[in-house]
Each structure stands twice: as structure tokens, then as C-alpha cells.
Design a binder for this molecule. Structure first.
Ligand code: BT5
Length: 266
């Protein structure tokens, strides 16, 4: 299958953001866009810089997991630098997930749902994943990299390792999506949501999350570096904290990069 290369000009023309994507790099192939972005961040790249790859040879998920990134997908990293970052860091995975799920539902008519802590699914099949990697110095957070992977214009059924649990927009929409449009819309939504975290502390986002979430009521086993919790997801206390009903009452869990979740329904 041959793929149309991303048209950088049309992304730039379509951008409606203040900072996300205003500094833009598109590469044909790289190991991981997160690593390319790390290099750019170390060289002083501005807040909101974006790097996009047509394909990644060593794409990664959370906790050292592999992320399959064939041509036709949307694989990008956004650099986030802000003084408020430490308090917002653990909200970023769901900011990214909402920034994808909302437009896919509203503009592309998909039944896209957010699955805690960092997935976008349609019919429980994963179509997008978000990772957050960060650099700190002592207690000070220097920057975070929001990694976004969306299965767009390729057939995810052809990747044996993920075929049962994933889907792609190509399959769900019955044809290719305009990736340039998808990218500009998602950068715009994600930036708006990130900014509203500063303003309202994310209250409106929790309301949106309750609308788009598919995790509440699900039986889960959650592992954090300190403990393992088995129970049912009850509700979101904020964008970064989820409440779980256990045999002994309630547990509240902060959504750090080290949290790992198994759903009983998987
Ligand atoms: C994630 O991890 O979902 C975060 C994925 C972030 C990918 C982006 S792409 C741009 C940037 N550069 C990178 O190198 N990464 C970011 P996690 O929740 O740990 O999910 C990983 C699991 O999802 C794997 O163990 C597989 O089971 C499954 N998986 C791998 N590739 C997939 C794909 N393309 N679609 C759906 N599921 C996939």
C-alpha cells in the first residue's frame, strides 16, 4: 500500500493554535518522536513545539511497552513547558485523550471513548494512546513531552500483536482520513483543554470526561510502585485522580506515568 506523505504547508495553514504546532518538524522516519523532541527541548525548543513522524522504528508506550507505528498513522510529540507543570503533569494523559476523543466523536462521528488512564477506544478497541515523559531537576519540572499515537490510515488488523485489541480510523471510517486536518484539529482541542486546566482547574474537563469515559463501573487491577488495588472504577475526583471502590471502601489513585491498569473485561 502506498501512502500520501503529510503536507506540512496544509498543517501550517490549518493551525488555529497559539503555541501547539507553531514550531513544527516533520520527519519521515525516526526511532521515537519523543526522543527527537527530547533533543529539541535540550536545544531550547519553545513551548508547544511539535514533531511528527511518518513512521517510528522504536515507538514506545508507557512502562517500556512497544508502540507499533507503521506508515499512515499519526505519531507526534508536543513539548509542554510551563511553571504550573508540576501540578498539571498527571492530568496530561487525559488532556491528550480528551483532545482526541472529543473531535473524533463530534467531527468524525465515531463512538470514541476515553479509557483510563491514557487510551482512546472505539468499542473497547484501542485507536489511540498517550504517553507523558518528563524531565526534572530536583523538585523542579523542566518540561514534559506529550506523546500521541493515533491509528489513522493503516489496517491495524494486519499487525498480529495488536489486531484483536485495536482498531484504526481507516477501518472504522471505511476509508482514509485527512491526516493534516486530524492533526490540526487535535492540536487545537488539546491546546484549549490544556489552557482550561490553568483557568478553571479542569472542572469543565472532568465533566467532559464523565461524558466520554468508558471506564467507570469496570473491574480493574491497578498497580502503582507502592501498592496493588483491585476494585471497580467509581469516579474521577479530578483529571489526575480516580476513585476506586474496593472490598474495604474507597481508594484514590493519582495517575502517574508509573500506574499500570488491567481491565478484567480484556
Ligand atoms: C500508550 O502506551 O498507549 C502510549 C502510546 C504513545 C505513542 C506515541 S506515538 C508518538 C510518541 N512517540 C513514541 O515513541 N510514543 C508516543 P500503553 O498504554 O503502554 O500501551 C502500549 C500497549 O498498547 C502495547 O503493549 C500494545 O499492547 C498496545 N499497542 C501497541 N501499539 C499499538 C497501536 N498502534 N495501536 C493500539 N494498541 C497498540
Amino acid at each position: 500500500m502506498s501512502f500520501e506523505h503529510l503536507d506540512e504547508d496544509s498543517i501550517i495553514r490549518g493551525l488555529k493554535t497559539r503555541s501547539f504546532g507553531r514550531s513544527l518538524v516533520i520527519v519521515d522516519e525516526c526511532g521515537s518522536t519523543n526522543d527527537v523532541m527530547k533533543g529539541m527541548a535540550e536545544s531550547g525548543a519553545p513551548n508547544g513545539s511539535v514533531v511528527i513522524a511518518e513512521t517510528q522504528t522504536a515507538g514506545r508506550g508507557r512502562l517500556g511497552r512497544a508502540w507499533y507505528s507503521p506508515r499512515g498513522g499519526v505519531w507526534l510529540s508536543i513539548l509542554v513547558k510551563a511553571q504550573e507543570l508540576p501540578s498539571l503533569l498527571n492530568s496530561l494523559p487525559l488532556v491528550g485523550a480528551l483532545g482526541i476523543a472529543k473531535p473524533l466523536a463530534e467531527k468524525w462521528g465515531l463512538n470514541a471513548r476515553v479509557r483510563w488512564p491514557n487510551d482512546v477506544v472505539v468499542g473497547w478497541r484501542k485507536i489511540a494512546g498517550i504517553s507523558v515523559e518528563s524531565k526534572s531537576k530536583g523538585n523542579e519540572l523542566i518540561y514534559a513531552i506529550l506523546g500521541i499515537g493515533i491509528n489513522a490510515n493503516f489496517d491495524s488488523n494486519k499487525i498480529a500483536a495488536i489486531s484483536g485489541a485495536s482498531a484504526s480510523l481507516l477501518i472504522l471510517l471505511g476509508g482514509p482520513v485527512n491526516r493534516e486536518n486530524l492533526i490540526t484539529v487535535i492540536l487545537s482541542e488539546t491546546e484549549k483543554m490544556y489552557e482550561s486546566l490553568h483557568g478553571s482547574g479542569g472542572k469543565d474537563l472532568v465533566a467532559l470526561l464523565r461524558e466520554l469515559d468508558c471506564s467507570r463501573g469496570e473491574h480493574v487491577k491497578v498497580r502503582t510502585p507502592e501498592r496493588e488495588i483491585v476494585g471497580i472504577i467509581d469516579d474521577y475526583e479530578s483529571l489526575s485522580r480516580v476513585r476506586i471502590i474496593t472490598g474495604n471502601g474507597f481508594e484514590s489513585i493519582e495517575n502517574s506515568a508509573l500506574v499500570s491498569v488491567d481491565y478484567q473485561s480484556d
